[in-house]
Design a protein around this ligand. Structure first.
Ligand SMILES: Cc1cc2nc3c(=O)[nH]c(=O)nc-3n(C[C@H](O)[C@H](O)[C@H](O)COP(=O)(O)OP(=O)(O)OC[C@H]3O[C@@H](n4cnc5c(N)ncnc54)[C@H](O)[C@@H]3O)c2cc1C
Ligand code: SF4
Ligand code: SF4
Ligand code: SF4
Length: 404
């Protein structure tokens, strides 16, 4: 048998999707933390019966076929109408709109996606529609998918309707695992620039617990705050502690969010992601519609606007049923231009190797500080004092002057 990363030979392209462990009838696959803090599969050769199923299911070894390769994709900018629902969503609430539209047709709908565990790790779980709140907000950490593929298959074979959401590698893994198309399954993949491994987030939280003398009990990595002029900003972190205290920090200064955005500590596989391209494995792809104000000044990206790509006929039927949201169509190229992860993987930060080699032993905050410059406090204050409209107009004038 050819040796692959399942035998721990160059694990760098393994996304950690865990489809191999779900497919293994012998229970021979466990996980260990790799150098980058991500979870990697490991075969127990004593238990393995050499059936080869794990290699066949691996979406890195073989991607699933595209559902409708010649389907003409359509792109949209979307926001759910309710400001409260938008506030509880990562971007414009595309997931809420999609789940609600499906539930109005199928009242047995279950939704599968990433939830926080009590241990502040992220797990893929399948929950009834009424519990969808737990899936909301982007958890910028690798989610543990062990068991989810089997659970989704069980539900589908019983005839139940399932909406599965996840990173593109997880959606591709599910399709390989299922081996056939199900009419009662709806797939939503995210635009994804990468996930940090579980152990990186653990290190950040453990240091914070010590520094604050209290345990972190809740984290929101897409916390939305209103500025002086009532505009919403979605790139903040909110951390709640067991002593009742809460901190809110801008993503430009918080070490975890800042390092994440700078591409400092994603898993190895993310910098060479096999799914950061135009081939999509979900019926619908959702993400942020960055710089949407260039196309429509009524929409402001940092307040939370979703981009939606309709990739299949099933996705189209579903999209046509969305209610209570504002949306407008853009060209697909306009979206590609504003969301580079739909065309290519994230760039590796030049200090990434240094960070990974030191993160286990050095202070997380100091290490991030030494690798990426954080925004100066006076700049943040100045920015908070200026109205968003003024900044957007100034930017437009500058871009015009530069001939962009
Ligand atoms: C790791 C990660 C990287 C991303 N990178 C980009 C990017 O580069 N560009 C971009 O435009 N958008 C990116 N997104 C998507 C974006 O953050 C929003 O999730 C998306 O805009 C949908 O918004 P919403 O308002 O519908 O989300 P919500 O209603 O808040 O729903 C969030 C959805 O994301 C899923 N999810 C949350 N965390 C994870 C996780 N760790 N793993 C798998 N699924 C998860 C949940 O299951 C849920 O369905 C990323 C998301 C994640 C999780
Ligand atoms: S199936 Fe997923 S976890 Fe298993 S080897 Fe392939 S990429 Fe890695
Ligand atoms: S070859 Fe078969 S038994 Fe061995 S680890 Fe892979 S799936 Fe399990
Ligand atoms: S960047 Fe690619 S490999 Fe990494 S989590 Fe996203 S889809 Fe998976």
């Amino acid at each position: 048998m050819i040796e692959t990363f399942l035998d721990n030979k160059d694990t760098s392209s393994c996304s950690g999707c865990a489809a191999c462990s779900d497919v293994c009838m012998a229970g021979a696959i466990g996980f260990y933390y790799g150098r980058d803090g991500g979870r990697y599969p490991q075969i127990d050769t004593q238990k393995c019966i050499s059936c080869g199923a794990c290699r066949k299911v691996c979406p890195i070894g073989k991607k699933p076929d595209l559902i409708e390769p010649n389907y003409e994709k359509k792109a949209y900018a979307l926001m759910v109408e309710s400001p409260e629902l938008r506030e509880r969503s990562a971007s414009g609430g595309a997931f809420e709109a999609i789940a609600t539209a499906l539930h109005s047709q199928y009242d047995d709908l279950m939704v599968a996606g990433a939830v926080w565990g009590d241990d502040l790790r992220v797990y893929h779980r399948i929950v009834p529609f009424d519990e969808r709140e737990s899936l909301k907000k982007s958890k910028y950490v690798q989610s543990n998918c062990e068991g989810i593929y089997k659970e989704v298959r069980r539900r589908l074979s019983e005839g139940g309707h399932v909406l599965f959401t996840g990173t593109p590698c997880q959606v591709a893994a599910l399709r390989n695992f299922l081996k056939k198309e199900y009419d009662n399954l709806f797939l939503v993949d995210l635009v994804c620039h990468g996930v940090p491994g579980e152990d990186i987030f653990r290190k950040y939280i453990e240091e914070l617990n010590k520094k604050r003398g209290s345990q972190v009990i809740k984290v929101d990595l897409r916390h939305k705050v209103k500025d002086l002029y009532g505009e919403i900003h979605s790139k903040n972190i909110c951390i709640e502690f067991s002593n009742g205290k809460t901190i809110v920090e801008s993503g430009k200064r918080n070490p975890y969010l800042h390092g994440f955005t700078a591409g400092l500590f994603y898993k190895d596989s993310c910098y060479d992601c096999k799914f950061a391209n135009k081939d999509r494995y979900g019926d619908i792809t959702v993400g942020d519609y960055w710089r949407i104000q260039e196309l429509n000044p009524e929409y402001v990206d940092y307040s939370g606007v979703s981009c939606v790509l309709v990739n299949t006929s099933k996705g189209r039927q579903l999209f046509n049923k969305l209610e209570k949201c504002e949306q407008f169509e853009t060209s697909v190229d306009a979206l590609y231009k504003r969301n580079s992860q739909l065309l290519s993987p994230a760039k590796m930060n030049p200090k990434r190797e240094y960070f990974i080699s030191k993160y286990k032993t050095e202070s997380f905050d100091k290490l991030v500080d030494s690798c990426v410059k954080k925004e100066k406090m006076y700049k943040l204050i100045l920015s908070a004092l200026l109205p968003g409209k003024f900044k957007r107009n100034a930017k437009r004038v500058l871009q015009k002057a530069k001939g962009k």
